[in-house]
Design a protein around this ligand. Structure first.
Ligand SMILES: [Zn+2]
Length: 281
């Protein structure tokens, strides 16, 4: 099964967003007013050429994010919390074309969550089934959604995703999941924390589980260290985020897991190495 990493430009966040400090509202303030910026981090989306159809996980960012007025000026996070660089040719649509994949041939687009750097490329997929957790879709609506850091006003007008309600179908340590494929090898699992409705996508290849982790953590080291980011206090909460990280570590103790966060500079090479070693094993 071919799996591609698609880098749709870069984002810089404050270091204390990657590694949160403090409790409650202070935690978000620490993030926002941190004077240290990360290096430009990849904004990753993923494409799986699954036998049952092409699966895309997240859609990356749009080049429109660079236009003045795209982000609400009144919102402190968009004002002070991130810097993005996305060129038109880096959007997911043109990148799929370069891989020889027409976006109308994409069967499913699964969203880990609806933050702008994951949902910015939605407009490329008018013909695909788009799946979002019901909680995430609910939380992102309207003015309250905007205040939480979503941009519902930038969604395509046709955007009406399939709202995923998790069912009591265990996958490893996850007691609930949503099974996407008939083969039963793609599991959407709840990983609340970064946002309340955040999910991850586990692709079970038999010998390996490829785990598309969205923003459960910013790096693999932060997964192992149980380091929760600086914005989970606004989303699903720091404790929920820590429990999600623990559950992923539990999965990794049972199975060979390839952990792929959206903004980890090592994610793309980690995937390539894992797939190469599996071929040669
Ligand atoms: Zn996010």
């Amino acid at each position: 099964m071919k799996i591609h990493a698609i880098k749709t430009g870069t984002v810089q966040v404050h270091e204390r967003q990657r590694t949160g400090t403090g409790r409650g509202p202070l935690r978000f303030a620490n993030t926002l007013f941190d004077s240290n910026w990360s290096e430009p981090l990849p904004i990753l989306a993923w494409v799986v050429e699954h036998p049952e159809g092409i699966l895309v996980v997240d859609t990356g960012e749009t080049a429109r994010a660079g236009e003045s007025g795209y982000f609400p000026a009144w919102h402190p996070y968009f004002r002070w919390g991130l810097r993005e660089q996305v060129h038109r040719q880096e959007e997911i649509g043109p990148q799929l074309e370069r891989l020889g994949i027409r976006s109308r041939d994409v069967r499913w687009v699964v969203m880990t969550h609806l933050h702008t750097d994951h949902a910015g490329g939605l407009s490329h997929f008018p013909d695909s089934e788009i799946l979002v957790s019901a909680r995430e879709h609910q939380d992102a609506q309207g003015f309250v959604g905007k205040a939480r850091g979503y941009l519902p006003n930038r969604w395509p007008v046709w955007f009406a995703p399939t709202r995923v309600e998790f069912r009591p179908e265990p996958f490893g340590p996850f007691v609930e999941s949503h099974v996407l494929t008939s083969a039963g090898d793609v599991h959407l699992v709840p990983t609340p924390g970064h946002t309340r409705g955040h999910l991850s996508v586990a692709l079970d290849l038999g010998d390996q589980v490829v785990f598309f982790a969205g923003d459960t953590s910013y790096t693999e080291a932060n997964l192992h260290g149980g380091i929760v980011d600086g914005v989970s206090s606004l989303g699903g909460g720091v404790d929920a985020a820590a429990r999600s990280l623990q559950r992923i570590r539990d999965l990794a103790s049972m199975r060979d897991v390839v952990y792929l966060p959206s903004h980890d500079p090592e994610s793309a090479s980690r995937l390539a190495e894992a797939l190469t070693s599996a071929v040669h094993a």
